[in-house]
Design a protein around this ligand. Sequence first.
Ligand code: AMP
Ligand code: MG
Length: 393
Amino acid sequence: MVTLDFAVSKVLECAKAAMPTETVPLWNSLGRILAVDITSDINMPPFNKSAVDGYACRKDDLEYSLKVIEVIPAGQMPQKEVESGTCSKIMTGAPVPLGADCVIMVEEVEEVGNETIHFTGKFKKSNIAKFAEDVKIGDMVLGKGTLIEPQHIAILAAVGINQVVVAQQPKVSILITGDELVEVDAKPVNSQIRNSNGHQLYAQVVRAGAIPNYGGIVDDTEEATRNAISNALAQSDVVVLTGGVSMGDFDFVPNVLKSLDVDIKFQTIAVQPGKPTLFGVKGNKFVFGLPGNPVSSLFQFDLLVRTAILAMMGANKPSKSIVKIPLASDFSRKRSERLALAPAKFNSKGEVDFLDYHGSAHIFSLAQAQAMIIIPVGVNSLSKGDLVDVRPL
Ligand code: AMP
Ligand code: MG
């Protein structure tokens, strides 16, 4: 049995940035991993730019009435220089004319005659965004390994990157084991259970930025398990299985993997839920055997498989950040040999609270979950207000 930290490090050590790159249109780059550094081809702002709608003038002139000499819309160059006693009406985003060192806001100005204005406010700031104060030509604006979010797309667009070089997406096969399972469109009878993991894992693969391939429910026989895994290994970069990895009579996965020359790096983790979680490597392909219980498979995918997928694509931050947040209520447990993961939600006081949770089959508890609280090995009790490690889901 290994610790969760060991498991995550092992996955990171094995799943190096192995995916080749490809070029995608900026439109389709959301959620992809940038494969090159991006530098700016322009200065930002490209000129001294007005930050407000108002009048460009000289600070020293603010106590006088000023003659308006031109109107400068955004997208047009000023034609006249501002001299003492004059100003130019200017729109947000337009270049500030020569001679002006501030822009007074239209809301703080009154018209005092033909084309003449007077400042009624109190000077606070120049309202000019200075040439190149944000970014200079050649500055690196985004680094290789960035997970592209909308804010990064804005930057890419601003520096003229119409086609983005990103890592190719790993193909991830999902195999479900368990003879008790029926698919979503069937009504379970007797001892049957609906297969929720298939869809849940598919969604997590998509959200992690990889390409899912759903392989369906595999019969609980050694032969069917071997055929399914062997096909999945041939077709994909990562194989994710659920069920069949614990100690039951029909848990064939570990032996089948060994017979297929998959090098099993760990098979159990000192974590609850999710103890029977397996990770194996065959060449540049990875296999994850997740527990069948839905909460376990959801959490373990998020902790390990997502991390592997992002690492394979060269993400500079493959693991989610953990934050320290005060607990909203007391906590205690009898045994503390394993690290515990508990579904949690945030409250309006900036605290994190445990959700009602009956164990790893309690999928309904997850409906409200925003995060997991991580309780370390050896910790039996916590009090309201204690800072705990929280990992967003
Ligand atoms: P296992 O890991 O195969 O021992 O399964 C543990 C528990 O999870 C059993 O109660 C299974 O019925 C349940 N389970 C296994 N696979 C799934 C699945 N795909 N969807 C929902 N529940 C499952
Ligand atoms: Mg099973």
